[in-house]
Design a protein around this ligand. Structure first.
Ligand code: ADP
Length: 416
């Protein structure tokens, strides 16, 4: 497998938890320097450790080998301006430069604004220097910078965790795929042998034996369908599935789905009605995937509707939103309100409902359905009343016109 994992934790330059704050005062004025030292020696939330550099070049040299939590930079240094010092420091330290406060002489506000624009956190006029203003400015700058560092570290950790999850998803997907292959190949042979016996090819079979062999065949089909669902789900989670859009007549998809469930409908003495509005144009979708969506919804409708019940599939077109609407409704057991938000979750099933003879599902069908609809930029919605039935509505944009645009149109159409 080709997935590269980034290291567990990115190396971090500083321990951001310390209450000791190292300040570098970059100023050639000894008076300002001693003032800063004196003001910062007062006890407060932070203990300040103050060093000095009388020129820009010396400050840059020190910063290459020492860590500081905050810089106080005089705008007018003998060799460089405050802005130049900041630019050099930022280039050298990349994203890890300490916060800097520019000290301006009288009337130096214009220079300070230009320094703030080039990355200084704050500026302080020298004439306004006091214990309060200086400690407040440094404390704010350090707190802000530590907060930003911890947010950046958290984002890096989340990125790593995400990549790990992606990697695990791929592993699980590959695992299911190979297990599925190993099981399905002999299972297909078993099914074939059972079918040979059931069809009387190797000798006469009684009606009772035939019924038992039919159950065996159904069991084989169920195992195959479970494996298909598991593989499908993990492939979707690992983003290994893409859709292949072609111009499609939804009417032909519905006819195909109807044929696919004809036996199950008559076996349960259900009624299936289909209607396709004349205004529905051809749509650009992955035909097989939309078939899968409708088949899943129809399969559920059959599974959760008692004999004698009614199921309908209706396709209409919302011209304003340019969206096709497929509605699958049943008169089945319905879904209690507290489950409605959860039925699309992987493996989520409502206990004690459904038709055992249709075989227990895995609780993956709707989550796969929702993912496929999302890959088309569409939306799915359900309305249900316990004991009366459920109505699933799928909205599919007619063509691919950008994800955001498609989502907006579906949201608009689903609320109408
Ligand atoms: P399952 O394999 O259990 O059918 P799904 O993901 O297709 O899994 O559906 C999740 C759950 O949603 C089902 O277990 C069932 O409780 C409920 N459900 C889905 N469709 C219907 C329906 N048409 N009528 C009633 N309940 C439904």
């Amino acid at each position: 497998m080709n997935t590269t994992l980034v290291p567990e934790r990115m190396p971090q330059k500083k321990d951001t938890g310390t209450s000791k704050v190292r300040v570098l005062v970059i100023d050639d004025d000894p008076l300002c320097m001693s003032l800063c030292k004196r003001y910062l020696s007062r006890p407060g939330r932070y203990e300040f450790d103050v060093s000095s550099a009388p020129s820009g070049e010396e400050a840059i040299r020190r910063l290459a080998t020492e860590d500081f939590d905050c810089l106080l930079v005089d705008y007018y240094l003998p060799d460089l301006t405050g802005t130049q010092v900041l630019q050099r420091i930022q280039t050298d330290a990349k994203d890890d430069a300490p916060p800097a406060i520019i000290l301006t002489a009288n009337g130096g506000e214009k220079a300070a604004i230009s320094a703030v624009r080039s990355g200084a956190t704050d500026f302080l006029p020298k004439r306004a220097l006091s214990v309060g203003s200086l400690t407040r400015a440094i404390t704010n700058a350090v707190d802000n910078s530590r907060l930003q560092q911890s947010i950046a570290a958290r984002s890096r950790e989340l990125k790593v965790a995400n990549e790990k999850l992606q990697f695990r998803n791929e592993e699980i997907s590959n695992f299911y795929q190979s297990v599925s292959h190993e099981v399905k190949t002999p299972l297909a042979a078993v099914r074939e042998f059972i079918a040979i016996v059931r069809d009387g090819i190797v000798g006469p079979v009684t009606g009772e034996q035939m019924e038992i062999l039919d159950h065996a065949l159904d069991g084989c089909d169920q195992i195959t369908s479970h494996f298909n669902e598991l593989v499908e789900m993990t492939r979707l989670a690992a983003r290994k599935i893409s859709i292949n859009r072609t111009e499609t007549e939804l009417s032909s998809v519905i006819i195909q789905c109807r044929a696919g469930v004809a036996n199950a409908i008559s076996a349960k003495t259900l009624t299936l009605e289909t209607s396709i509005d004349d205004s529905v144009p051809s749509v650009f979708v992955d035909r097989n995937r939309i078939n899968q969506v409708v088949s899943n919804l129809l399969g559920n409708a059959i599974k959760y509707t008692n004999p004698g019940g009614r199921i309908s599939v209706a396709v209409t077109y919302d011209e304003r939103a340019d969206v096709a609407r497929i509605v699958v409704a049943d008169t089945g057991c319905g879904i209690a309100a507290e489950h409605l938000d959860r039925i699309y979750e992987r493996l989520y099933q409502v206990d004690g409902i459904g038709d055992e003879s249709m075989g227990a599902g895995l609780g993956l069908g709707l989550s796969i359905t929702k993912e496929i609809v999302a890959l088309h930029g569409g939306a799915i919605n359900v309305e249900s009343t316990l004991g009366e039935g459920s109505t699933f509505t799928v909205l599919i944009p007619r063509e691919d016109t950008g994800l955001e645009n498609r989502r907006e149109r579906c949201e608009e159409s689903i609320t109408n």
